[in-house]
Design a protein around this ligand. Structure first.
Ligand SMILES: NC(=O)C1=CN([C@@H]2O[C@H](COP(=O)(O)OP(=O)(O)OC[C@H]3O[C@@H](n4cnc5c(N)ncnc54)[C@H](O)[C@@H]3O)[C@@H](O)[C@H]2O)C=CC1
Ligand SMILES: O=C(CO)COP(=O)(O)O
Length: 349
C-alpha cells in the first residue's frame, strides 16, 4: 500500500476511535495516537478500545501509537480528535516534531473561553503557516457509538480552502458515512459547538421531569439563538438548517449516547456539576462552551436567553427549575422578530 494511504488520528477517545474505523474501512492504515500508554498497549494487544467503545473490534489496520514523532512520520494528513481543552497542547507538540506541510482535519466541537476562538482559529494560531497547509472541520450528527457500528451517518466538512474540504470528503466518504461539503466554516464550527449548550439544557429539562413539549421548545428557540450569534459572527444562516446545525442539535438533544444530554439529565435530577463531570469519564464540551458563548453573546450584543439561563445554573448555582420559570416568564415577543432582524442585517451586509 502506498504512503498516501496512511493517516494519523490524534486522540484515542470515542470519536477518534470511531473515525479510525471509518478510515480503515476506506483502505487507510491508521496510526491512532493517544497520551495514555496503557490504553495504547491495550488497543494493540486486544484490538479494542474497551472503555470508549465497548464491544467494538478494531480492524488490524488500526495501530495504537504513543510517540507523536513516530505517528507523524511520512504522512501528509492528520485527524485531530482531542477535546477543545487539549487542542493547543497537542498543536504545540505537533510543532515540536513536524517541520513539513501538513493538512489537519479537526473533528472537535467547542469554543475556547477567554480567547473566544473557534478550533480552526486556535490551530491557525498555534501552527505556523509553513507547517499548516490547510485546516478542515468535520461536523454533524454523528455519535461515535453508532459510527463504530457502521450505522448510516451523514456529516459535513468545511475549510477556507474548498480543495481541502473536498479532499476530506474523499478521505472519509463511504456507503455508511456520507460526507457533504459546505464552504461556511464559521457556521459549521459554531453550529457543532453551540448545540452542546442546548443538549445540556434539554437533558436538564428531561431530568426535571418535563416532557417533549419543553424539549421541542428548547430545541427550536435554541436554534434561534445559535443562528443569531453565528450569523453575527459571519456565518451563513442557512448552515444552521443543515447537518452541522439542526441535524446535530436533534441528535444531541434526543440521543441517549449524548454525554451533554446525560450530564444535563443528572443536573436536572439534582446532582452537582462537579459530581456529574467526575462521573462521566468522557468530555462534556457544552460546559466550557456555555462559558464561551455567554461571553460571545455579550461581546456581539446578541440575546441568548437559554445560554444565559444555563450559564447561571452551571456557574452561579441557579436552581434549574427556577431557570425554566425565568425563561417562561420573559416578556412577550414576536416569534420571528430575531429572524427578521437577522435577515435584515444579512441583506444590508
Ligand atoms: N464522541 C462522539 O460521538 C463525538 C465527539 N465529537 C467531539 O470530538 C472531540 C473528542 O471527543 P471524544 O473522543 O468523544 O472524547 P472522549 O472523552 O471520548 O475522549 C477524549 C480523548 O482525548 C484524550 N486527550 C485528552 N487530552 C489530551 C491531550 N492533551 N493529549 C492527547 N490526548 C488527550 C483523552 O485521553 C481521550 O482519549 C470533542 O470535541 C467532541 O465534542 C464530535 C462528534 C462525535
Ligand atoms: O457531537 C456529538 C454527536 O454529533 C456528540 O455529542 P456528545 O458530546 O454530547 O456525546
Amino acid at each position: 500500500m502506498s504512503n498516501d494511504k496512511v493517516i494519523a488520528v490524534l486522540g484515542a477517545g470515542s470519536w477518534g476511535t470511531a473515525l479510525s474505523i471509518v478510515l480503515a474501512d476506506n483502505g487507510y492504515r491508521v496510526r491512532l495516537w493517544g497520551n495514555k500508554k496503557e490504553q495504547i498497549d491495550e488497543i494493540n494487544r486486544t484490538h479494542m478500545n474497551a472503555f470508549y467503545l465497548p464491544g467494538i473490534e478494531l480492524q488490524p489496520e488500526i495501530k495504537g501509537y504513543f510517540s507523536l514523532d513516530e505517528t507523524l512520520k511520512g504522512l501528509d494528513t492528520i485527524v485531530l480528535a482531542v477535546p477543545t481543552k487539549a487542542i493547543r497542547d497537542v498543536c504545540r507538540q505537533i510543532v515540536e516534531v513536524r517541520k513539513m506541510p501538513l493538512s489537519i482535519i479537526h473533528v472537535s466541537k467547542g469554543i475556547e473561553p477567554g480567547s473566544l476562538m473557534r478550533i480552526s482559529e486556535m490551530i491557525e494560531e498555534e501552527i505556523p503557516e509553513a507547517v499548516l497547509q490547510d485546516v478542515t472541520v468535520l461536523s454533524g450528527p454523528s455519535h461515535a457509538e453508532e459510527v463504530s457500528l457502521r450505522h448510516p451517518t451523514t456529516v459535513t466538512v468545511s475549510s477556507k480552502k474548498m480543495q481541502a474540504a473536498k479532499k476530506a470528503q474523499d478521505i472519509f466518504m463511504n456507503s455508511n458515512f456520507r460526507v457533504y461539503t459546505n464552504p461556511d466554516i464559521i457556521g459549521v464550527e459554531m453550529g457543532g459547538s453551540l448545540k452542546n449548550i442546548i443538549a445540556l439544557a434539554a437533558g436538564i429539562s428531561d431530568g426535571l421531569g418535563y416532557g417533549d413539549n419543553a424539549k421541542a421548545a428548547l430545541m427550536t428557540r435554541g436554534l434561534a439563538e445559535i443562528a443569531r450569534l453565528g450569523t453575527k459572527m459571519g456565518a451563513n444562516p442557512l448552515t444552521f438548517l443543515g447537518l452541522a446545525g439542526i441535524g446535530d442539535l436533534i441528535v444531541t438533544c434526543t440521543s441517549v449516547h449524548s454525554r451533554n444530554w446525560r450530564a444535563g439529565n443528572m443536573l436536572g435530577k439534582g446532582k452537582k456539576l462537579d459530581d456529574v463531570l467526575n462521573s462521566m469519564g468522557m468530555v462534556v464540551e457544552g460546559v466550557r462552551t456555555t462559558k464561551a458563548a455567554y461571553q460571545l453573546a455579550h461581546k456581539f450584543n446578541v440575546k441568548m436567553p437559554i445560554t444565559d439561563a444555563l450559564y447561571h445554573v452551571l456557574f452561579a448555582d441557579l436552581n434549574p427549575k427556577e431557570a425554566v420559570d425565568h425563561l417562561m416568564g420573559r416578556l412577550k415577543k414576536h416569534e420571528m422578530e430575531d429572524l427578521m432582524d437577522m435577515l435584515d442585517e444579512q441583506f444590508q451586509g
